[in-house]
Design a protein around this ligand. Sequence first.
Ligand SMILES: N[C@@H](CCC(=O)N[C@@H](CS)C(=O)NCC(=O)O)C(=O)O
Length: 205
Amino acid sequence: MKLYSFPEAPNPRRVLIFAAEKNLQLDVVNLDLRAGDTKRPEFLRKNPSGKIPVLELDDGTCIAESVAICRYIEALAPEPNLFGRDALETALIEAHHRHIEFELHPSIGAAWVNGPIVAAAGIVEPIEAQRLRGTSLTRKYYARINEELSARPFIAGERFSIADISALCMIDFAGAMVDLKPSEGLLHLWDWHQRVSRRPSISNY
Ligand SMILES: N[C@@H](CCC(=O)N[C@@H](CS)C(=O)NCC(=O)O)C(=O)O
C-alpha cells in the first residue's frame, strides 16, 4: 500500500502515526505540495480534492481523507483499538474527535492559510481579519483542551485514541508553521503532549 504524503503536512502525519500504532508498513510517496503535485491531472484522478493523504491499494483503488484511511487500517488491523471498543466508547471518541476536526483544525487552518508562509508562496490572497480570528479561536480552543485534560488523561477519555493523534498533529503543525504554539502556562495540555509524544509511533513521525 502506498501513502501519498508530504513531510511537513499534518494530515498525512495522522495516518503515518495511526499505521505505526498498528505496526503496519506503508510505502510513502512524498509529493511536492509547493510545486503543485497534488493539482496535476494524474493525482486528481486519485483524489479529486487535490489533497493528501491518499492511500493507494495494490489494485489501484485510492482512498482519500485521513479518517477514512485510518478507519480502513483499523478494520485491517483491529489492535490496538483506536476508534472505540463498545457503543459508548466509540460514540465518545467520535464526539471528541469531531470537535478537534471541526473546531480546532479549521481555526488553525484559517491562521495558516491567511498567514505569511502561504502569502509568500502566492497561493491564496491573505485576509488579515481571518488570520486574527483563527488565531484567537485557536488560543481559546487550547485553553479548553487544557481544562478538559485536567479531568482526564487523554483527549477522549481514559486511553489513547484517534482523537489524540488528530489533536497532536495539528498542535505540532500550529507550533512549527503557524506561530501558534500553546502557551507554557497550559500545564495539562503540555503534560499530555509530553506523554503522547513519547509513544514510538509519534516520536518516529
Ligand atoms: N480533510 C482532509 C484534509 C487534507 C488536507 O488538507 N491536506 C493538506 C496537507 S495536510 C493538503 O493536501 N493541502 C494541499 C492543498 O490544499 O492544496 C484529510 O483529513 O485528509
